[in-house]
Every structure is written in C-alpha cells, then in structure tokens.
Design a protein around this ligand. Structure first.
Ligand SMILES: [Zn+2]
Length: 134
C-alpha cells in the first residue's frame, strides 16, 4: 500500500514536471470561487438569477485556475501573476492613501488618509494648492 502511494506521488510529480503549478493569482481565483459558492448557497433560494451567476463565476474561476496550473507556458503565467500582484498591491495601497489629480497639470497626487480632516494639498509638480477632506 505504501508502495502504491509512493508510485502515485512520483507519477504526479512526473506529470507536473515542466508545468506552471500554483501562485498567488491561482490562490486568489480559488478564494473567489469559494466566496462565490458561499454566495450561491445564500442567494440561490431567494434570487435564482444571482445564484446561477455566482455558480458560473465560481466554475469559471476554478477552470481558469486548473488550466493555469497545468500550463506549460510558464513565462506567460508568470506575467499574468505579476500583473495580478501589481493590481493587488494598488488595491492594498488605496486603503491607506487617497489619489487626487491636480486640476492645473493633471499630475496624480497620493495623500495619506486622515479620517475626514480638511487638508491643504500642494501639487509637487506645478505648486498649485487645493483643499480637500481626506
Ligand atoms: Zn499640478
């Protein structure tokens, strides 16, 4: 029996050789699938359309994650993951900062959140000042 499991695991290892495997994007896809499955259970009885929609999103996310995991195009999958990580880091950053655009020169200005205080913001590019609640 132990021999069987050993052969099974080495067969799986051989199968996965040269394939991409898992990464942060795949983990995020699985989390999306699990959340959608939970929402599906919650909404399926109340609103049929929403339940079906969550079920569809969950299925698509899982299929996409499996296709990515078994893919042999490692550089392409790596690129996708890098794009996802960039997007994810921007999302995390938005929790701590506001992004404003200067009305004068359209420069993007990142300002730390201060819990609704009024603050004078000075554009670092053109020196224009404006007051915002951040
Ligand atoms: Zn400016």
């Amino acid at each position: 029996m132990r021999n069987f499991f050993y052969r099974l695991s080495s067969a799986f290892r051989r199968f996965m050789t040269g394939r991409y495997g898992s990464d942060q994007l795949n983990m995020a896809l699985l989390v999306v699938a699990i959340v959608c499955d939970i929402l599906n259970v919650v909404f399926a009885r109340r609103i049929l359309f929403l339940g079906g929609l969550f079920s569809l999103i969950s299925t698509v996310a899982i299929v996409f994650a499996i296709v990515r995991m078994l893919s042999r195009n490692i550089s392409r999958r790596y690129e996708e993951n890098q794009k996802f990580l960039k997007f994810w880091n921007q999302l995390k950053m938005l929790r701590h900062f506001h992004i404003y655009r200067c009305k004068n020169c359209h420069q993007k200005i990142r300002v730390p959140r201060k819990g609704g205080k009024r603050v004078e913001i000075r554009c670092p590019k053109c020196g224009q000042t404006f007051i915002r609640r951040i």
